[in-house]
Design a protein around this ligand. Structure first.
Ligand SMILES: *Cc1c(COP(=O)(O)O)cnc(C)c1O
Length: 492
């Protein structure tokens, strides 16, 4: 309501009460004004009523919600289902125009404002999370792999001769496919073993550049967040090599925003050498549904060039989810989540270490990996080759998700390229192992329940060995599993 409406209300309700009501509204509006003026994530999170008020105001700025609108075009933001309209707060026009995902849509001032604000708030968070010199970024309604593809396709125009992408090996299919889909040939650089850690082979990278010729290389494609025992790439040195040979550098920072170490590596890389863009997942870092990524960088013109490569309009949903989430958390809430994640990582490490030792196994020593850890499975390797895979399926049926059992010697072909020892980031690692990660939002109860179930599985496998029986037959069903009768459900 505006001032005129409040005044009209005074005919019906005591003017003093109406005044108080209008002051109540003003408090919400002051928050909205600060957001519009500064474009920054508020420190304290907003409550739902402010967020909804704001979203409704944005929506009625779009032509599909004009009371007198008569649409005679082919895209008028009509929605058949009222449920769908509500699911999107009646923001139906999406973002961008046919030529540019960041362009303003004249029919939809509210959606355009939403898009600009989201990018601005997200930039603020990226800086606060550690990459202080980031100059611009934008949200794309595609997951990380496709967003990397968009970056590679943008570079193609700058380097028409280039066919190759130098890629320190990380065994994750979507980052490999992001290069194939863009039409380039990945040049896999095997990692080197240092202690238990798998690290970037800088000499091999440089040798490959000299061998192929800098002009034939589209870019170096490095990775921060990854499964242990691989650790984040040596970004600083890679960025220096890229600067030396004048080769672009794209960083896959899939779930790295949640780790100050990963963000610090990117900042240092950009300070000391060359990083053109870094790409991160929205769902993995901000606890929103899958569907969006952030493309960020240090040159406004390059980031703008990428956003102009996007053909056509795009869904506003990932932007809307990100904005709602950041407004409701505030910087305080997000920092709190990051702190808790870090504490949970220490807790998880300590507890896995204890459990590992009680089974004559080891927590692998991977101090450079801030999110993922690994526990050796040497005993199972010695027992029989199936025991390791069996542990994987045992954990799965016990509803442990995200734990990843890696057995030795898996051959996997991805887009015609065969990887030896797939999943382990190297042809032959020293032993099989189990991964677990402490990602944003993880709770102590998750860790405790995981360890309890893992302990039971390992015990059962050991007992199975002693009795030379199928260990599957000797499993005591977890007491909390019995309660929800999962095993029963699966068998029926
Ligand atoms: C999640 C992830 C990706 C990308 O996966 P999307 O499904 O495209 O988001 C790439 N690399 C790594 C290391 C990842 O964790």
């Amino acid at each position: 309501m505006n001032a005129e409406n409040f005044q009209a209300g005074e005919r019906l309700v005591n003017a003093a009460y109406v005044r108080q009501g209008s002051q109540g509204r003003r408090a919400h509006e002051l928050r909205v004004r600060a957001l519009l003026e500064q474009g920054k994530c508020p420190e304290a999170g907003w409550d739902e009523s402010t967020i909804e008020l704001f979203l409704h105001e944005l929506a009625i700025m779009d032509s599909n919600n004009f009371l007198g609108n008569c649409g005679v075009g082919e895209r008028e933001g009509r929605v058949a289902s009222e449920l769908v309209a509500r699911r999107h707060y009646r923001l139906i026009h999406g973002i961008g125009r046919s030529g540019d995902i960041s362009a303003v849509q004249p029919k939809a001032a509210g959606s355009s404002l939403l898009n600009k604000l989201t990018n601005s708030v997200v930039l603020d968070i990226i800086k606060l999370a550690g990459v202080k010199t980031t100059s611009s970024c934008f949200v794309v309604p595609m997951a990380t792999g496709m967003s990397l593809t968009l970056c590679f396709l943008t570079l193609r125009h700058q380097r028409p001769k280039a066919r190759y992408i130098i890629w320190p090996r990380i065994d994750q299919k979507s980052c490999f496919k992001s290069m194939i889909t863009a039409g380039f040939e990945p040049v896999v650089i095997e990692n080197v073993l240092e202690g238990d850690e798998l690290r970037t082979d800088l000499q091999a990278v440089e040798a490959k550049i000299l061998d192929l010729g800098a002009d034939n290389i589209l870019c170096v494609h490095s990775t921060t967040s990854c499964f242990a025992p691989r650790v984040p790439d040596r970004l600083e040195e890679l960025a220096e090599i890229c600067m030396k040979y004048d080769i672009p550098h794209i960083v896959n920072n899939a779930y790295g925003v949640q780790s100050s170490k990963c963000m610090h590596l990117i900042q240092q890389g950009a300070r000391r050498g060359r990083i053109d863009a870094f790409v991160q997942s929205l769902d993995k870092n901000f606890m929103v549904p899958v569907g969006g990524a952030i493309i960020a960088g240090f040159s406004d013109s390059f980031i703008q060039e990428i956003s102009k490569m996007y053909p056509g309009r795009a869904s506003a949903s990932p932007s809307l989810d990100a904005l709602i989430t950041l407004l409701s958390l505030g910087t305080k809430g997000y920092h709190q989540l990051l702190r808790e994640r870090k504490e949970m990582f220490s807790y998880l490490s300590n507890e896995v270490k204890k459990l590992a030792e009680s089974y004559n196994e080891r927590l692998l020593d991977t101090p450079h990996n801030p999110i993922s850890l690994a526990m050796s499975l040497k005993e199972l390797d010695e027992q029989n080759p199936e025991a390791v895979t069996q542990l994987g399926s045992m954990l799965f049926t016990r509803q442990v998700s995200g734990a990843r059992v890696v057995s030795l010697g898996i051959l996997q072909t991805v887009s015609g390229y065969t990887f030896k020892g797939f999943m382990a980031h190297t042809d032959k690692y020293q032993c099989s192992y189990l991964n677990a990660a402490s990602a944003i939002g993880m709770k102590k109860e998750d860790v405790d329940m995981f360890l309890k179930r893992l302990d039971k599985c390992l015990k059962a496998l050991r007992k199975g060995k002693d009795q030379k029986d199928s260990p599957m037959l000797n499993i005591d069903i977890d007491s909390d599993m019995e309660k929800c009768n999962i095993e029963g459900d699966i068998q029926h």
